[in-house]
Design a protein around this ligand. Structure first.
Ligand code: SPV
Ligand code: MG
Length: 290
């Protein structure tokens, strides 16, 4: 977490992109563009998304991917990228189990983890219908944060508290009350989530949060409200922006279209300009040929 805190102290902002495999992490590691001010613009870290890590395994996003699988994925990603990794830990599980999760992910080299304040049967927050989703009590979730923060780890790992009040229709006051409580319990940062198409509610949260908790890392995930630019979110008070599922969402239609092309034309020739050349894939991973 220090790597993020140091950047934030220097007035810098952090942009994360989702990876679900070592290959997708390689794209994050190696992609850079020239920004508007002429300087190099790259991603600052990797988001290990529960949605995409589940989807890539053909599983629904309901906390089925176990901790060992996440540890292994972190290790695979670390072979190809040195960027900080933030892990989506869903609800964090039972409080009694949480310290094992924290020590396993810290041991694997995660920079921070995010836990969301829901209990019971967790589903993805972006569904329109949220009626079966239950928010944790402030007391219980604060206990979970304290358990995480008091877990001995080989290096400090950040615990970011994700607030679901806006997603679950509990309102702004509830979200702000929870933010204050979670920070008092030791959270290293707060993620405010929303499934609105408009960024209005998260921006209003950010304005009030920044006044009440200056310097505490504030995170957002513009999955639904994606017409707003990262720079506008940073200007509104957010320090970290997570693009949470885009590489897998890009990969699926690309693969599907090639599958259709091969069946349609009874050969792969027509798909040639949609796919990487044989030469390129043979040399994509260094060390393939001696
Ligand atoms: C995930 O990536 O699994 C998330 C973010 O939790 S979102 O799907 O936007 O809720
Ligand atoms: Mg998730």
């Amino acid at each position: 977490m220090d790597v993020f805190l140091n950047r934030i102290k220097q007035g810098q902002h952090i942009r994360l992109l989702e990876a679900h495999s070592a290959l997708s992490a390689m794209i994050i590691e190696n992609t850079a563009v020239v920004g508007n001010n002429g300087s190099k613009k790259a991603f600052d870290g990797i988001w290990l998304s529960s949605l995409t890590v589940s989807t890539i395994k053909g599983l629904p996003d309901i906390e089925l991917v176990d901790i060992t699988t996440k540890v292994n994925l972190i290790q695979e990603i670390k072979r190809v990228s040195s960027k900080p990794i933030v892990v989506d830990c869903d609800t964090g599980g039972l409080n009694q189990q949480f310290s094992f999760t924290v020590s396993a992910l810290a041991g694997a080299g995660a920079t921070a983890i995010v836990i969301e304040d829901k209990v019971g049967f967790k589903q993805n927050s972006l569904f329109d219908d949220h009626h079966s989703q239950v928010q944790d009590t402030i007391e219980n979730f604060c206990d979970k944060i304290r358990i995480g923060k008091s877990t001995p780890t080989p290096h400090p790992i950040g615990i970011i508290a994700r607030i679901e009040s806006l997603v679950l229709g509990k309102g702004m006051d509830d979200a702000l009350e929870r933010a204050a409580a979670y920070i008092s319990a030791g959270a290293d940062g707060v993620l405010i989530h929303s499934k609105d198409k408009s960024p209005e509610s998260v921006i209003s949260f950010a304005e009030q949060f920044v006044t009440a908790h200056p310097g505490v890392p504030l995170v957002c995930v513009p999955s639904k409200f994606n017409s707003i630019c990262d720079e506008q979110l940073f200007a509104s008070g957010f320090h970290i922006v997570i693009h949470a599922n885009h590489l897998l969402r890009a990969a699926y239609p690309a693969m599907f279209n090639v599958a259709v092309d091969i069946l349609t034309h009874d050969r792969s020739y027509e798909a040639s300009d949609k796919i990487m050349s044989i030469d390129k894939i043979l040399t994509l991973i260094p060390g393939s040929q001696c």
